[in-house]
Design a protein. Sequence first.
Length: 446
Amino acid sequence: MKFLYKWLALLGFPVILLTACGPGQRATRKAGTEPTASRYEIRWIQSDTLLDKSSLRSRLNASEPHIAINRARPANIVAGSILDNVYFTSDTGRHWQHRHLTSPLGVYGDPVLMSGTDGTIHYFHLASGRKNGGRWLEAIVLQSSSDGGKTWTPGTAIGSNLPKQQDKPWPALHTPTGRMAVAWTEFDRYGSKNPGDKSRILISFSDDGGKTWTTPVRINDTDGDCLDDDNTVEGAIPLFDKQGNVYVVWAYNGKIWFDFSTDGGRTWHPDKEIARQEAGWAFDIDGIYRTNGLPQFFKDINENFYVVFADKRAGTGGDIRLLVSTDHGRHWAEKTLPVASQRDQFFPAATIDTLSNTFQMLYYDRSQTQGNTTQVKFLLWPLNENQVQIITVNRNPFTPVKLPFFGDYIGIDAYNGLTALIWTEIRNFGTQVHTAVLELKEKSNE
């Protein structure tokens, strides 16, 4: 990370290195760093906590976690991981319960969670009919919980279009109206090498809390292949603006793409390339089974748009890149936070806390270690300041091996000064899911 720090300093961003600390304690500076002028300090409510672990004998390793803070009751945080795990806490992460999600439609991974304004937690995942029976990945599934993750609805199928497969969902919420969107990839035949089999980006909407969904609409202009690799259209993430217009980004063919709709998602404009992704969205990081750089997409309180994605450019390790648009996607600029280093940084999960208007990012980092040894870092950037704080989140570095599936993403959610983090580690040839919860406190003027 030393290259990242040097670059940030050269570009006018003072960098404060902080160490991880115990529950309820303040994060403290490392010796030799300058005091931060930021008006926010980071306090741990619950530091690095093991939620789950699995061995190589597991059907699918616990990994690919996601997390959501309850917007009506923030002490309630709900998380998920593959294949069918659900975790929930009612005391801001001090104590967790673990259960398994069930549905008549099946539960087959790709968990993504989102809270409604009324406190309903929505858990999107894949269906799991038998592969040989023709119903494998037949739909995107939504299950919802109104009691903080204890019980769930049986599940609603979204986008079923047999014999095609539906994969990699990501939702969005229009807070003023409660309208939900979910975007995903449809495969003619997942894994097919036949050039006649294609992939496409679809989107569907719900105006009744997820009970019913509109007929899916295609977004992208150019088909991808079905190999679940760089030339597959994948990683679609939707976003609403205040007026209810819909925007989507995704990765394909070494580029990040953007499109939008101003008529509720019925019609879409021509696809727009907003960045090159030199390594493609699927690239190699030593010790990790399948690393991807699929984009993250979110906005701040001023309706500025942000896209974060991972890349691996020539002469560098894994990079994390940031794009910003101040005009709803008409123009994009690459910002210098963060920038590439000679050592790997990968799997970013990023968001903005609208209360503090802070850019927050969780990611893996090797710049202070040797070989494949990996740390988990949290980056905090108040958008009205030039201060960047970076803290180490996991108690001990880990050294991954490629054998267990590591997942395609990690998770972060921030709301009203509270931030929930969730990530995967590999130890003893098995995977572990870890979490931590922190809060931002505004410093007194004294």
